[in-house]
Design a protein around this ligand. Sequence first.
Ligand code: B16
Ligand code: MG
Length: 217
Amino acid sequence: PIKACLFDLDGVLVDTAKYHYLAWQRLAYELGFEFTEQDNEKLKGVSRMASLDILLSIGGLSLDESIKNELATRKNDWYFQSISTMDHSEILSGALEFVKECRDHGLKIALGSASKNAMTILNNTGLTPYFDVIIDGTRTASAKPDPEVFILGAAELGVLPEQCVVFEDAEAGIEAARRAGMACVGIGSPQTLGSADFVIPSLQNMSVDRLQELTTD
Ligand code: B16
Ligand code: MG
């Protein structure tokens, strides 16, 4: 039986993808090329430096490590400005209700995010107290699709991978969950998240009963 739920942050609990997009778009604009919303899809769930590499390849640019670090910092400063004014109203519909329901049923809750800004987002939205364990981009060496973030989460919760369900909105995250040996619920559209065990449009469509149904065969 399922003992723990591991949640991705961006795109599952909060919609910070729009702020990432605005900041990356501004950077691309300063570098002299366009960056569309469709391009932004490729960055979801991907680490900051890997995202920059994708962005630069779209612009046909190849730059030194030191310049890349400077650009990543510039992007993050803009992004940080956006998330610094976030509040609980930016929690995605159904997310808090589902997390609370999980806790009421005795399920353990962990965060498994690639973001180095996760603590700022959790604190500003008031989500921090709901987590038993928080694994973010400051605590992992390898980014998704590497399973490290979820394996570490399960270990700190004291549960086995097969007792965990991961909630993810990005392909890289779904692959990470699979490689960790965990069940995975995709949040979004079945077209892009086909490799998840089940796909739902949002956590509004999830309940503990439904989760138990889906994970017992
Ligand atoms: P940062 P998640 C990911 O968070 C985002 O989806 C991805 O777009 C971002 O590049 C990455 O975090 C790193 O974020 O620049 O804040 O360290 O979806 O794994 O919660
Ligand atoms: Mg995500």
